[in-house]
Every structure is written in structure tokens, then in C-alpha cells.
Ligand binder design. Structure first.
Ligand SMILES: NC(=O)c1ccc[n+]([C@@H]2O[C@H](COP(=O)([O-])OP(=O)(O)OC[C@H]3O[C@@H](n4cnc5c(N)ncnc54)[C@H](OP(=O)(O)O)[C@@H]3O)[C@@H](O)[C@H]2O)c1
Length: 169
């Protein structure tokens, strides 16, 4: 299959690329670090990326920034950033991607444990994760040509906990 991985250089994206590369043609995209560049917060950038990569069998998104901070400190701009990036970025990957994906293809979006198991500081992330999950359920009903739309919800990843100096046990 020809699989586009957005966020291919991240902690999760690198593992996805490694797992898929043995038996698929993987096209890696990221904000700065790959030949194919995309800013998912910019709808025009997503459209340019799809035009440049050609026909696809699957799209995986392991990108999506959102801000972790106490609710009282989250500004309007912080919420806007999270909505434009992790939520609408992934929504637009699906909306603009349908016409570039073959019959029976798939989209796999990334939500996260903080949708279902919030913690202090996760209000903006929990918001956009829940949005991704709701969108995924509804978009899957309207996807054309047997295309599937799914979301995966990773738990905390060990490498991320280590980077944040959090308990990994
Ligand atoms: N890590 C965890 O423990 C964990 C747990 C649950 C959910 N998640 C979710 O999983 C996803 C990936 O997490 P991660 O920890 O692997 O992230 P990460 O290590 O920070 O990697 C982010 C990846 O996304 C790319 N990226 C950043 N902003 C982008 C943008 N505006 N447009 C396109 N690409 C962009 C980065 O590209 P560059 O390298 O070019 O900057 C990089 O490839 C996120 O949605 C995160 O919320 C992560």
C-alpha cells in the first residue's frame, strides 16, 4: 500500500513508520523534518501536500499539538491553537483527503487517553481529543467508496514520560 504518515518524525510517528515500512511504500510528512512538509493547522498546506504526493491507500496522522496547562492559565489563543492544530488539522486531513484515497482505503487519526481519563492541566487536550473521537465516529458513517475512518487512543508513551521526567512505572 501507499501510506502517508503525517507526523512521521515524532515519538509515535517514528514507530509507525518503522512498523509499516517493511511491506508498504511509506510517505513521511511532518512540519519541518521531512521532504514532504505540511502544517496541519493550515488548510492550504494540507491541500498542497495531497496534490504533491499522489494517490494513496491510507493516511495515518500521528501529529497534533495541544497545550497542557492549568485551565485558569489557558488563554483564548491557547484554545484556538489546540482547536486549529490537533482537532481541525486532523478533521481537514480527512475532509481534503477523501478524493486522494483509493476505494477501501483508510484514515487513522490520533486522539489520546486524556479524552477518557482527564487530569488537572488537560482541559484543552481533553477537549480536542474528544472532538477527534466524535468526528471520527460521524465521518466514518459518511466516508465514500468503503473508505474507513478510525482513531487510535494511545496511553502515555514511555519515551514521552521519560522526557517529561514523569513516573514510568
Ligand atoms: N506521546 C504520548 O505519550 C502520547 C500519548 C497520547 C496521545 N499522543 C498523541 O499522539 C500524537 C503524536 O504524539 P508524539 O508524542 O509522537 O508527538 P511528537 O513526538 O511531538 O511528534 C510530533 C510530530 O508531529 C509533527 N508536527 C508537529 N506539528 C505539526 C503540524 N502543525 N503539522 C504537521 N506536523 C506537525 C512533528 O514534525 P517535526 O518533527 O517536523 O516538528 C512530529 O513529526 C499527538 O497528537 C499526541 O497528542 C501522544
Amino acid at each position: 500500500m501507499r501510506i502517508l504518515v503525517v507526523g512521521a518524525t515524532g515519538t509515535i510517528g517514528r514507530a509507525v513508520v518503522a512498523a509499516l515500512s517493511a511491506s508498504n511504500e511509506v510517505i513521511s510528512a511532518s512540519l519541518r523534518s521531512t521532504t514532504v512538509k505540511v502544517d496541519i493547522a493550515d488548510p492550504a498546506s494540507i491541500q498542497r501536500m495531497y496534490r504533491s504526493v499522489g494517490r494513496l491507500n491510507a493516511v495515518v496522522c500521528a501529529a497534533g499539538q495541544a497545550k497542557f496547562a492549568p485551565l485558569a492559565q489557558l488563554s483564548d489563543a491557547d484554545f484556538r491553537f489546540c482547536l486549529d492544530n490537533k482537532l481541525m488539522g486532523q478533521v481537514n486531513l480527512v475532509r481534503f483527503g477523501f478524493e486522494h484515497v483509493e476505494d477501501g482505503g483508510s484514515f487513522t487519526l490520533t486522539t489520546g487517553i486524556l479524552a477518557q481519563a482527564p487530569m488537572p492541566g488537560s482541559a484543552a487536550i481533553s477537549l480536542v481529543n474528544a472532538g477527534v473521537e466524535g468526528f471520527t465516529r460521524a465521518a466514518a458513517l459518511e466516508a465514500p467508496r468503503k473508505i474507513r475512518v478510525n482513531a487510535v487512543s494511545p496511553p502515555w508513551v514511555t519515551e514521552t514520560l521519560q522526557a517529561l521526567k514523569m513516573d514510568t512505572s
